[in-house]
Write a protein that binds this ligand. Structure first.
Ligand SMILES: N[C@@H](CCC(=O)N[C@@H](CS)C(=O)NCC(=O)O)C(=O)O
Length: 224
């Protein structure tokens, strides 16, 4: 029986793009179902009743939510072209850094984007820089976080170049979080990542993406 793989996503959501990337790395054919997050579909609410967010992967009728959980599911279900290391310690470390991105960097990035108080925002920018130092160290001597090829951490970390480093344009007040001279390894990694086919195929076009995120940030700020 043919496998049925569907991805519920939204074009500007980098969490959704993580899943596109993993499915393409594996060469798994899938149907992409674009979601309107301002008017959530009955299908999204049915497939992700707890969080009501994208991405959701539906595999042969069964749904899986939360991008890091989905990435692990994909890696176990289609084991060729692995995105997680085989060694148990390396695997644990990959999970550790992927969670570090979601649990530390993402909330700090949101704080920078929506904080209205200048001092509090400066403090959040400084916090982001401190957090990024850990990743700078992690990349030393490596092509990718995953070694020679893209892995779980690289896929999770697409939020750094295609969100955090775009804050200058998104927040609109000159927020240069990651200067190249301070984070040379990260800049080297961003360049390599941006030249990788699967990334080029999946990342939303810059101008439309920045405009979308800017409008979202403005909406959130004016509602606060
Ligand atoms: N932790 C979730 C985050 C997903 C997420 O925040 N999705 C956003 C789009 S980028 C969403 O669906 N937002 C809709 C909402 O919050 O109502 C994951 O890793 O999948």
């Amino acid at each position: 029986m043919a496998e049925e793989v569907k991805l519920l996503g939204m074009w500007a959501s980098l969490f959704s793009r993580r899943i596109d990337m993993a499915l393409r790395i594996k060469g798994v054919p899938y149907e992409y179902l674009e979601q309107d997050l301002t008017n959530k579909s009955p299908l999204l609410l049915q497939m992700n009743p707890v969080h009501k967010k994208v991405p959701v992967l539906v595999h042969n009728g069964k749904s899986i939510a939360e991008s890091l959980v989905i990435l692990e599911y994909i890696d176990q279900t289609w084991s060729h072209n692995p995105i997680l290391p085989q060694d148990p310690y390396e695997r644990a470390m990959a999970r550790f850094w992927a969670r570090f991105i979601d649990e530390k960097i993402v909330p700090t990035g949101i704080e920078i984007a929506i904080e209205k108080d200048e001092e509090a925002r400066e403090a959040a920018i400084e916090k982001a820089r401190e957090l990024m130092k850990y990743l700078e160290k992690e990349l030393k001597g490596k092509d990718f976080f995953g070694g020679k090829t893209l892995g779980l951490v690289d896929i999770a970390a697409i939020l750094i170049p295609f969100w955090l480093m775009r804050f200058d344009a998104i927040v609109g007040i000159g927020v240069d979080i990651l200067a190249e001279d301070k984070f040379p390894e990260i800049h080297r990694w961003v360049k390599r990542l941006s030249e990788t086919d699967v990334v080029k195929e999946c990342i939303p076009p810059k101008d439309e993406h920045v405009a979308y995120l800017k409008a979202l940030v403005d909406r959130i700020k004016s509602a606060r």
